[in-house]
Design a protein around this ligand. Structure first.
Ligand code: HEM
Length: 187
């Protein structure tokens, strides 16, 4: 996983619980040296263990952790990647660009196979005013993160909507499928 994801989480633990909590986090996750470089791809299993350890450190279950993460992630990206938000005037427009945003983040990875791994995770399946369907295929199984970011983006744009997960890898499907409905229609 590209270290941007870990960075937002580790920086949050550091600023709220202190440096010793970060050392404890690494120990709990069984990671020798925590990596948070935004241009580096780190081991996926370590990243998932990091989320688990962070949930314990913060006393949050998976859903609450993802909600918190989505909040700090959106705040972080608004500061560091404001252009992505300026380019989208609604949550639907942003989510429709999300696979392309990911591809641009992965573009810096030298190894072609690793780059493809980042690019192949998300696919826009259907797009109409007020409706967007996205497929997500990843062994990391972070569909809870997707749903949390969906909700946080609605909040950012001051919109209402809902996300149905009509397929899910956790339920044995080949991929997760998000059918999203938006009450504010993009222009
Ligand atoms: C400024 C906006 C965003 C940036 C810069 C960004 C960046 C990234 C990066 C660098 C990764 C790691 C990719 C990898 O190593 O494969 C990632 C993963 C992920 N992102 Fe985003 N992202 C953004 C917005 C979103 C949005 C809006 C969603 C969903 C609503 C989303 C959902 C996810 C999920 C579910 C993963 C985990 C993928 C996996 O490994 O299974 N992201 N993001």
């Amino acid at each position: 996983m590209i270290g941007l994801i870990q960075r937002v989480l580790i920086d949050h633990i550091e600023s709220t619980l202190g440096e010793s909590a970060v050392r404890q986090l690494a120990a709990d996750a069984g990671i020798e040296t925590l990596g948070r470089r935004i241009d580096t791809d780190y081991d996926d299993a370590e990243c998932l263990r990091l989320f688990d350890a962070a949930g314990k450190a913060l006393g949050l279950d998976q859903e609450a952790l993802m909600a918190l993460y989505a909040d700090i992630f959106v705040k972080w990206t608004l500061v560091h990647y404001p252009m992505f938000f300026q380019m989208a005037d609604s949550a639907q427009a942003f989510l429709a660009r999300q696979p392309a945003i990911h591809a641009s983040m992965g573009a810096g990875i030298r190894d072609a196979q690793l780059r493809a791994r980042v690019n192949d995770k998300f696919r826009i399946v259907e797009q109409h005013p007020g409706r967007l369907v996205v497929e997500y295929r990843s062994e990391n199984g972070l569909c809870g993160l997707y749903r949390a970011l969906f909700r946080r983006l609605l909040e950012h744009y001051g919109e209402r909507g809902r996300c149905e997960e009509t397929g899910c890898m956790h339920r044995g499907d080949d991929y997760c499928r998000f059918v999203m409905h938006f009450e504010e229609l993009p222009a």
